[in-house]
Design a protein around this ligand. Structure first.
Ligand SMILES: Cc1cc2nc3c(=O)[nH]c(=O)nc-3n(C[C@H](O)[C@H](O)[C@H](O)COP(=O)(O)OP(=O)(O)OC[C@H]3O[C@@H](n4cnc5c(N)ncnc54)[C@H](O)[C@@H]3O)c2cc1C
Length: 454
């Protein structure tokens, strides 16, 4: 089947983009690694669970129904369980290379004239002593268990770190019957208040979360942090402490909270691997786009959290603008006006920037890292080994990796990159990974034999 546009990622941005382009006569394939569209925000319980009220764990369910029904009524070709590992560009077309199904061994290809990257972001969790104990999960991981599998990670949880994601995670767990012992947020409320005008668009959502926290009697500790997770073979509790205005732990404020689950998160990072593979320019850690959501590589658009962390509503607006632009440009035309989406994007980008500056990890968080704290989980490299590499002269993530193997494992530094950069005292840089996913050698060998030796 011929395809004009491949949209990679079926979260809010990809769904909005695919629907906008398809409604304008473009033949669209929508590709996602997950078993169903929805992305992180509209993650659904698995069909086998036959959830009676799937909407119970979601807000803005009507928007999801509109997207879901729109997709069913559209001509968009939905390709789920396609893990895209690379997008290849030739003068004539793009080839999207995927691995199929949960095993990710069977290759598949889709060809198109244009590509729209809506690959979202992933959670950042900064290390602290005890963070590798069973019972410590990422905040989004706890949310995904709840939304996707209808299971809770434990009976008594602490939700900790920084960022707006902690709010729905704490209220979601509490609503599902978990006793939430505390929501521990390292940011000070004053930082949010300072950005009040820019956050006006987020006020109703924030008020809703605050009301739910009150209803479930969740204690909120702001300007606090988890200094250690305790337990022998699994988590039994955490020590939390207050932070001073410099972001250092205030001695004498430590207290112990018993719990069997710690859901921790420290913000999100954009997925940029596929964009980098295509040669798209990055702006810091995000894919750079113009007002139409075009990257600087002709025929490649990007939308949603790949272009900056900003939430589902912003992803929807950007996806719509990108889909309209791709439809017009593929016809050789200029996109018509989309005033509502443009207004929403402007307002929500302002809120996203305000949230980003309000929710920053404590400035001196690396001081809590004992030498035996594991930093790179894949290669089991400790803070002590990273510090040794720094003493040997390493001054950046790459040299630390060469000297200590930190960042060399399965996740290729996605989890530990920020921590290594912080220990090295340099800004995190986007890693150059040739493939977005691990690829079996057999798949590469088969591709080479099809193409023939060069
Ligand atoms: C774990 C997690 C939990 C979250 N929970 C909440 C919440 O409870 N409340 C809230 O307000 N916000 C939440 N967020 C943030 C919210 O989900 C995002 O703001 C929103 O979903 C962004 O939309 P998007 O379309 O840009 O990306 P996403 O919704 O992340 O969609 C990206 C899609 O791209 C697919 N993808 C990525 N790479 C590939 C690849 N190589 N091959 C194939 N497919 C690929 C993914 O499978 C995914 O479906 C959460 C985010 C995360 C990461």
């Amino acid at each position: 089947m011929r395809t004009d546009l491949v949209v990679i990622g079926a979260g809010p941005a990809g769904l909005a983009a695919a629907l906008a382009a398809s409604a304008r006569g473009v033949r669209v394939a929508l590709v996602d690694a997950a078993s169903a569209p929805g992305g992180q925000f509209y993650r659904q319980p698995a069909a086998e669970l036959a959830a009676a009220r799937p909407e119970a764990l979601h807000h803005r369910w009507r928007t999801w129904e509109r997207l879901r029904d729109g997709l069913a009524a559209s001509a968009v070709r939905v390709l789920t369980e396609h893990h895209v590992w690379c997008v290849e560009r030739t003068p004539e077309r793009f080839t999207v290379h995927s691995l199929l199904g949960p095993d990710q061994e069977e290759p598949a290809e889709v060809h198109a004239h244009a590509v729209l990257l809506a690959t979202g972001g992933y959670e950042q969790m900064l290390p602290f002593p005890g963070w590798t104990l069973p019972g410590v999960v990422t905040a989004g991981g706890a949310q995904a268990m709840l939304k996707g599998a209808l299971v809770v990670p434990g009976r008594r949880a602490v939700v900790a770190g920084t960022g707006p994601l902690l709010l729905p995670v704490a209220t979601g767990l509490a609503a599902a019957g978990v006793e939430v012992a505390a929501l521990v947020e390292s940011a000070a409320p004053g930082r949010l208040a300072r950005h009040a005008p820019a956050l006006a668009a987020k006020l109703p959502e924030g008020a809703g979360h605050a009301a739910r926290l009150l209803r479930h009697r969740v204690p909120v500790l702001t300007r606090h942090t988890v200094v250690r997770a305790h337990g022998d073979d699994r988590l039994t509790g955490v020590t939390v402490a207050a932070l001073d205005t410099e972001g250092r732990v205030r001695p004498g404020t430590e207290r112990h909270l018993p719990c069997d689950t710690l859901a921790a998160g420290h913000g999100m990072l954009p997925h940029t691997d596929l964009a980098q593979g295509l040669g798209c320019r990055l702006d810091g850690l995000t894919v750079a786009v113009d007002p139409e959501q075009r990257t600087d590589v002709p025929g490649v658009w990007a939308a949603g959290e790949a272009t900056g962390i900003g939430g589902a509503a912003l992803a929807l607006a950007e996806g719509h603008i990108a889909g309209c632009s791709a439809a017009a440009r593929l016809r050789g035309a200029v996109p018509g006006p989309a005033p509502a989406a443009l207004r929403a994007r402007t307002k929500l980008r302002r809120s996203a920037a305000a949230l980003d500056s309000a929710y920053q990890p404590p400035a001196h968080w690396t001081e809590q890292l004992t030498d035996d704290t594991v930093i790179c989980r894949c290669e089991e490299v400790t803070a002590g080994s990273v510090r040794e590499a720094l003493d040997l002269g390493a001054g950046d993530e790459r040299t630390v990796k060469l000297l200590s193997r930190a960042g060399m494992g399965w996740c290729q530094g996605r989890m530990c990159g920020t921590a290594i950069a912080a220990l090295a005292g340099c800004a995190p840089t986007p890693a150059k990974r040739p493939f977005a996913r691990p690829v079996p050698l057999g798949v590469l060998a088969r591709q080479h034999s099809q193409e023939g030796p060069s």
